[in-house]
Ligand binder design. Structure first.
Ligand code: SF4
Ligand code: SF4
Length: 212
């Protein structure tokens, strides 16, 4: 008798389990699919704007970027992912200025921490959400971010250099004259103060000679 009862109990349990399984299957059958049909849906696929796929140098419509070659991004990167080549150029003001030559970025060692982006003083770089970056060799993961030719600074003419030098000399002379005038005024004020304190000083008391 006991074995008959056990038989029907386990049969009921099996049927209940089967119904539960069919419920799960039926629910998933009518739930909207979330599997991406990549690459067939490449044209219509939505990638969130904040997705960090690869670092890029931001160019404006005229082909200019805002990188001033300060090297901050290279210094703050914890992985040595960024390497900058720079050069010094003459400016119209007659001084030297650092200029970007090559901005090299190794996507293979980037951890997308974004320290370079947040520390850039000119907002010259950001992350693109272009996720299709697969290549066959590691070497191809090293990218030159300033892919447009760097624009040459117009070289200063000898007249501009001479004018800039004269302007510098004039500024230095004016600064020296100002410092000398300030020093003379300070010394005059100190002298006047010393004279005034001498005039106010009390006369020393005369001591009586008791031996006379
Ligand atoms: S990208 Fe920004 S932080 Fe990096 S060198 Fe250029 S200006 Fe400096
Ligand atoms: S995101 Fe981080 S790891 Fe990648 S280049 Fe910038 S600082 Fe380096």
């Amino acid at each position: 008798m006991g074995s008959v009862k056990e038989y029907f109990t386990s049969l009921g349990s099996g049927i209940a389990s089967l119904i539960k399984g069919m419920q799960v299957t039926g629910k998933e059958f009518v739930t909207p699919k979330i599997t991406e049909r990549y690459p067939e849906d490449r044209e219509t696929r939505h990638v969130p704007q904040r997705f960090r796929a690869i670092l890029r140098l931001i160019y404006d419509n005229d082909g200019n970027h805002k990188c001033i070659a300060c090297g901050t991004c290279e210094r703050v990167c914890p992985n040595g992912t960024i390497h900058l080549d720079t050069k010094m150029v003459d400016t119209l003001a007659g001084t030297k200025k650092k200029k970007l030559d090559n901005y090299m970025y190794d996507l293979g060692s980037c951890t997308f921490c974004q320290l370079c982006v947040t520390n850039c003083p000119t907002n010259a770089i950001d992350f693109s959400n272009d996720f299709e970056q697969a290549v066959f060799t590691r070497g191809k993961l090293v990218k030159k971010l300033n892919y447009l030719p760097e624009k040459e600074e117009p070289a200063p003419t000898p007249e501009q250099l001479a004018a800039a030098a004269a302007e510098r000399e004039a500024k230095i002379a004016a600064a020296k004259a100002k410092a000398a005038a300030a020093k003379a005024a300070r010394e005059a004020a100190e002298g006047a103060s010393a004279s005034a304190s001498d005039a106010k000083a009390p006369e020393a008391p005369q001591t009586e000679n008791k031996n006379q």
